[in-house]
Design a protein around this ligand. Structure first.
Ligand code: UD1
Ligand code: CA
Length: 472
């Protein structure tokens, strides 16, 4: 099927009360325009035209680039018909079916669009529209049908008379249009109330030309929800959240509180994984099978392999967690890290751009940055890689089976070779040869009887301090 998708996204979005263009408001931080684009991309159209307004550059910069994607600029938001006319300029000579979507309709799915296009083709229509049934059509256009049930026209909410307002079939803003109907856009007049050119008028005009038209109810409001206000956005986000959770429930994921888990549309979770309350799986996060994600965890663009456990209040960003690894509680895994299988990263440990080998443990209060840590290394509490000298970042290498004593500072660049030990409290500035013990502490002095002779007295004077200095 020769298909082009047009996404209308140039509206001013005044009802949002926000300076950000409406279609860039996000659900889970992803702009609603991207959702519409993704649904369109699922149909593999040859071309996609986004109609953007003054902010076209911002829109371009905010969505993922895709092949066959172009932007048409609508200088002034003069209505949805005018917007389509702008796109038509980019489709000259294309000849196929044009699927029109609204950029403020993030919940629509490729599957529903495919079903709708199927109906359009089967009825051999020149113009089809998708509708949905709702108890209160609110600000949506109403589908007006004649006595035989044939859809005759779409009546905008502001133009609807008393009885028409009660119509429960709403226009979704999704249209399939054959080339013969596009020139008819020129026949649309300004709407008297809003002074805009309405795409909805194209339906009646096309019918009156004797061309085949039809409007098809495609389900309930959920997928077709149009976002005009912050309240709509909130409702859509909640609907999407529920949809995501239910999708994974069906796939065999267990949730303790389905109402407090957020799963980005690009995220996946394997079966038999258990997800505790207040979990946020963001971006292209991939959770394996039989994992446990404890409460208050946020994972962004990361992979968590099978049987791993992410304990309470942990943040993981753009990293890979190996199978059977345990992270947290209260850990921060920063971008570019990989935690090996069965490794343990514990309480208040921060890892940045580092590779941690299989079975290695850093259980308490450490910072590991720009480091390569081998297998079965033990990193004692309070170990710090001093990776930054104020100018440049340097790397630390800790080879397999090293034991790093508590309170160690590793001043990078530095390498601790296989099987070495570092005594607690050391500051390591030189490479450590394999199998050695590295110690860099001042020898301990015990001054017996010190307490009593020199107890600290509150209100010590400045001259007292001088004396103390001289004595030394
Ligand atoms: C529109 C439909 C309405 C339908 C509803 C579904 C019209 C006249 N009405 O109403 O029947 O029930 O969608 O959600 O089409 N846009 C432009 N340029 C413009 C104006 C709008 O690109 O000049 C874009 C907007 O960015 C938006 C889309 O078109 O993505 C729809 O515009 P909007 O103003 O939201 O239309 P609604 O009043 O919701
Ligand atoms: Ca809308």
């Amino acid at each position: 099927m020769k298909l082009a998708c047009v996404i209308l996204a140039a509206g001013s979005g005044t009802r949002m009360n926000s300076n950000l263009p409406k279609v860039l408001h996000g659900l889970y931080n992803m702009p609603m325009l991207q959702y519409a684009m993704d649904a369109a991309a699922g149909l593999k159209p040859q071309k996609t035209v986004i109609v953007a307004g003054k902010n076209h550059q911002l829109l371009k910069d905010s969505v993922r680039p895709a092949s066959g994607l172009t932007f048409a600029v609508q200088g002034m938001p003069r209505g949805t018909a005018d917007a389509l006319l702008c796109a038509a300029g980019k489709l000259q000579g294309f000849g196929g079916t044009t699927l029109v979507l609204n950029g403020d309709m993030p919940l629509i799915t490729s599957g529903t669009l495919r079903r709708f296009l199927g109906l359009h083709k089967r009825h051999k229509n020149t113009l089809s529209a998708a509708s949905f049934i709702t108890d209160d059509a609110g600000s949506y256009g109403r589908v007006f049908r004649d006595k035989k049930g044939k859809a005759v026209r779409i009546i905008e909410a502001l133009d609807a008379k008393e009885g028409e307002r009660a119509i429960k079939e709403a226009n979704s803003g999704i249209y399939a249009i054959e080339p013969a109907a596009l020139p008819l856009l020129a026949k649309i007049g300004k709407n008297r109330i809003k002074g805009e050119y309405y795409i909805t008028d194209l339906y009646e005009i096309t019918g009156k030309q004797g061309l085949r038209t039809g409007i098809y109810p495609m389900g309930g409001e959920d997928e077709f929800m149009g976002i005009n206000t912050m309240h709509d956005l909130l409702k859509a986000q909640e609907a999407l959240r529920k949809r995501q959770v239910m999708f994974f429930v069906k796939k065999g994921v267990k949730f303790i509180d389905a109402d407090s888990v957020f799963i980005h549309p690009y995220a996946t979770i394997g079966r038999e994984t258990l997800v505790y309350p207040n979990v946020y799986l963001d971006g292209k996060t991939k959770i394996g099978m039989r994992c446990v994600i404890y409460p208050n965890v946020r994972i962004i663009d990361s992979t968590v392999e099978n049987n791993a456990q992410i304990k309470d209040s942990t943040l993981i960003e753009e990293s890979v967690i190996g199978h059977r690894a345990q992270i947290g509680p209260f850990a921060h895994i920063r971008p570019g890290s990989s935690i090996g299988p069965s490794a343990k990263i514990g309480n208040f440990v921060e890892v940045k751009k580092s590779a941690i080998g299989k079975g290695t443990k850093a259980m308490h209060l450490s910072y590991i940055g720009d480091a390569a840590v081998g297998r079965d290394v033990n990193i004692g509490a309070g170990t710090i890689t001093c990776n930054y000298n104020g100018f440049k970042k340097h790397r630390t290498v800790i080879e397999d089976n090293v034991f790093v004593g508590s309170g160690t500072q590793l001043v990078a660049p530095v390498r601790v070779k296989k099987g070495s030990y570092i005594g607690a409290g050391s500051t390591i500035t030189k490479n450590v040869p394999p199998g050695s013990l590295a110690l860099s502490r001042v020898k301990q002095k015990n001054i017996e009887g010190w307490v009593g002779k020199k107890t600290r007295i509150p209100g010590l004077t400045a001259s007292d301090c001088k004396k103390t200095k001289k004595k030394r």
